[in-house]
Design a protein around this ligand. Structure first.
Ligand code: OAD
Length: 231
């Protein structure tokens, strides 16, 4: 059974209507990373940060999984490949499409995290930093999102899975944020074949053994059809 590790980024959700980060109309054109995506920004202005993620949560709830999310779920459900999806995305479109073996390495909009005691619980649709933590009662509620300067989740599971994979596929990510941007080099050093599926060449595109460029709703289902035809 071939083991496939798939990294996804904002590009896979773009055609579901969720904005990417680094496009000319992307989120980082309107918001400063230091203000809304760092622990220091949250300490300075929690109201602004909560407003930003409340809007992201509402956008994700209104969106539907697209043909690319569904194709990855189909590849896993088929059962002939061992599929692990590692996503940088904080929306829940992979799980709503049916993907089961999934790691949210940058956290999720559907989670709340206590900045005081690290307790986790399901996020309300509208979150406020004044919400008390159900465990310690401190008003220190933040989104369970990995911010710049913080350690992405479950790396101790991701690295070994990547190194023993038979194929690494990167979908819809610009390759600017580490450690995810380094997965292609890690796979290459471990002798794992690599494939990029992205709208345009990513920062690290030349490192991939193969790259196919086009919208995710076209290139991802086409690749999955090939994999299923091969058996
Ligand atoms: P980016 O916005 O940096 O890159 C999105 C990539 O998707 C670009 O290379 C686009 O060309 C591509 N793309 C856009 N539309 C597409 C489509 N329809 N089909 C296929 N590809 C498409 O987003 P990420 O690489 O995911 O982290 O960003 C990585 C991290 O940076 C995010 O997880 C976030 C951000 O800061 C945190 O907030 C911690």
């Amino acid at each position: 059974m071939a083991r496939i590790v798939i990294l996804t980024g904002a590009g896979i959700s773009a055609e579901s209507g969720i904005r990417t980060f680094r496009a000319s109309d992307g989120l980082w054109e309107e918001h400063r990373i230091e203000e809304v995506a760092t622990p220091e920004g949250f300490a300075r202005d929690p109201v602004l940060v909560q407003r930003f993620y409340n809007a992201r949560r509402a956008a994700a709830a209104a969106a539907q999984p697209n043909a690319a999310h569904l194709a990855l779920a189909e590849l896993e459900a088929d059962g002939r490949h061992q599929v692990l999806v590692v996503t940088q995305n904080v929306d829940d479109l992979h799980e709503r499409a049916g993907t089961q073996n999934l790691i949210h390495m940058h956290g999720t909009l559907n989670g709340a995290l206590c900045a005081a005691c690290s307790h986790r619980w399901p996020a309300p649709q509208e979150m406020s930093a004044k919400d008390p933590c159900p465990a310690c009662s401190k008003p220190a509620t933040r989104p369970d999102i990995v911010w710049f300067g913080e350690m992405p989740y479950r790396m101790e599971e991701i690295w070994p899975a990547l190194r023993r994979a038979d194929l690494f596929v990167s979908i819809g990510t610009s390759g600017n944020v580490y450690p995810a941007a380094g997965f292609v080099a890690d796979a290459m050093h471990a002798g794992v074949p690599t494939l990029e599926l992205n709208l345009e060449p990513s920062t690290g595109t030349r490192m991939f053994d193969e790259a196919r460029h086009g919208p995710a709703t076209q290139v991802v289902p086409a690749w999955v059809r090939e994999m299923l035809a091969q058996g």
